[in-house]
Ligand binder design. Structure first.
Ligand SMILES: Cc1cc2nc3c(=O)[nH]c(=O)nc-3n(C[C@H](O)[C@H](O)[C@H](O)COP(=O)(O)OP(=O)(O)OC[C@H]3O[C@@H](n4cnc5c(N)ncnc54)[C@H](O)[C@@H]3O)c2cc1C
Length: 461
């Protein structure tokens, strides 16, 4: 790379380009997962679409490997790249709500919290995940599951339109009538096809919710998981609820007598009148042993969405694995409980997020996101602040995953993959959509310029 080309590139950018010698290099390159330490040659901090085009063209002309960073939450750190160019979208924020159409225009640097904050003022929300610091871009392009999924679908199911910068530097819009094939691929196919510079979402009425966690001792986990499994499919879709195996956090405000206990939790959100939420939950809770504590109550939706943020600051060590689960058998539940008894740290966890309701009302081939016949999306995450525990939490996660994987479908949610996203696993995840994604990739990114992602490519037998 010639020094002059680099200087011209920097001069053409409106946003800053950070290099290894810059004082803020380490702060800017750091990712959410403290286990990942990547050193890009340069970081292009884009402020507008023109910056994105400039960065893409510069990388292509100089054979630089490119990574796209939105919120930087990706588990294996696919928002960065060693020795290449990180195209950092995190400064491109901005949310504009159209209350008449119930739509929301969102910049690719927004976190979920940015979107919730802006939409809540209008009594609206876009279905997304459960931690507010997660980037809306990576989450949407991989799918996006959360409390509103049962009623309103995946985040990607609510994507109406995207502006995209392609590998050749062209700017296109994708929606149901313009570049409809690209629009299909963006809804689940990840960052394979280009850099999204603007998202347009469908929003829904969400304001106060009846929500929060209920915790039981791990010795009740078998019963809780069985009853939850049997109850949820028949429950109103206004109720989003996931089940988890975890530890009662050893800190205030958790009851001192329960802190540090291995536990099973249901974390629920009812979007509707509080009395209805209480009545629905009472039906489930009435069949269950008394919990250690029940912290469900009425709260603004963004309060729920940021409830877990304090436990998961940037920089923790994370190793995770996911699977789609079609049927949660008693044998599978037993395997879960056995593994949870070996939780290696107080933050480590297993969650099962529901995949039903509105997700199933869209056809498997209607968007790239294929596994619409799953019942749950499972994540197992070994998490700890101490880098010296990286090996231990990784071994626990892999061991847990190996013990329960025989009860799972072959594929997993791309946003919960770590280093397991090989060709066969992606093929299993995308099923019949895989070949169509390969064709789309050949059309929009024939040189695989965008390859730092869960990469779509032809399978070689
Ligand atoms: C604490 C935590 C909680 C989570 N909770 C949930 C949850 O509730 N539900 C859920 O579904 N997922 C959840 N996730 C997973 C999350 O969806 C993924 O980590 C996702 O990759 C995060 O997106 P990001 O923009 O923050 O990531 P980044 O690391 O910035 O980007 C990840 C990848 O997305 C692509 N990408 C990002 N921006 C763009 C863009 N503008 N154009 C094209 N491609 C782009 C790129 O391929 C990039 O490599 C959670 C993750 C964490 C760490």
């Amino acid at each position: 790379m010639q020094a002059m080309a680099t200087e011209t590139f920097i001069g053409n950018m409106r946003g800053p380009v950070i290099r290894r010698t810059d004082v803020d290099y380490d702060a800017v390159r750091s990712l959410y997962n403290g286990m990942i330490d990547k050193s890009p040659e340069m970081i292009a901090r884009c402020t507008d679409v023109a910056d994105v085009v400039t960065a893409v063209n510069f990388a292509r002309q100089n054979d630089l490997k490119v990574a796209i960073r939105g919120g930087g939450h990706n588990g294996p750190g696919l928002g960065s790249v060693d020795d290449g160019l990180m195209i950092d979208m995190s400064m491109m924020k901005g949310v504009r709500v159209n209350p008449t159409a119930c739509t929301v225009r969102v910049g690719p640097g927004c976190t979920q919290g940015d979107v919730d904050h802006a939409t809540h003022a209008y009594g609206l929300a876009v279905p997304a995940g459960i931690v507010s610091t997660t980037g809306i871009a990576g989450l949407t392009l991989g799918g996006g599951t959360g409390y509103l999924t049962r009623k309103y679908g995946l985040t990607s199911d609510n994507l109406l339109e995207a502006d995209v910068v392609l590998a050749d530097g062209r700017i296109v819009t994708a929606n149901k009538s313009e570049n409809a094939d690209l629009y299909w691929g963006l809804r689940g196919g990840g960052g394979n096809f280009g850099i999204v510079t603007s998202f347009l979402f469908q929003a829904h009425p969400v304001n106060m919710v009846y929500a929060g966690p209920v915790f039981w001792d791990l010795e009740n986990a078998r019963t809780v998981m069985q009853r939850y499994r049997d109850f949820l499919p028949g429950a109103p879709e206004e109720l989003g609820a996931f089940v988890g195996l975890k530890t009662v956090p050893p800190m205030d405000p958790f009851p001192a007598e329960h802190q540090g206990k291995r536990a099973c939790a249901i974390i629920a959100c009812h979007n509707g009148p509080t009395e209805d939420g209480q009545a629905v939950m009472a039906k489930l809770l009435g069949t269950l042993p008394p919990p250690l504590f029940n912290w469900m109550g009425e709260m603004p939706y963004p309060t729920l969405q940021s409830m877990f943020d304090p436990f998961f600051p940037k920089g923790l060590q994370w190793y995770w694995r996911g699977d789609f689960v079609k049927e949660l058998t008693d044998e599978a539940i037993d395997a879960h409980v056995t593994q949870a008894q070996k939780l290696p740290s107080t933050l480590s966890l297993m969650h099962l997020y529901p995949i039903d309701g509105a997700v199933r009302r869209i056809g498997k081939g209607d968007t790239a996101w294929n596994t619409r016949d799953a019942t749950w999306s499972m994540v197992i995450a070994g998490i700890d602040p101490n880098p010296q525990k990286a090996g231990e939490i990784t071994r626990w996660t892999k061991g847990y995953w190996e013990a329960v994987h025989p009860y799972s479908a072959e594929g997993g949610y791309v946003n919960f993959m770590m280093d397991d996203g090989d060709d066969n696993r992606l093929k299993a995840t995308y099923g019949d959509n895989y070949d169509r994604l390969v064709t789309l990739k050949a059309k929009y990114d024939p040189t695989n310029f965008f390859r730092v992602n869960q990469n779509i490519r032809p399978l070689h037998s």
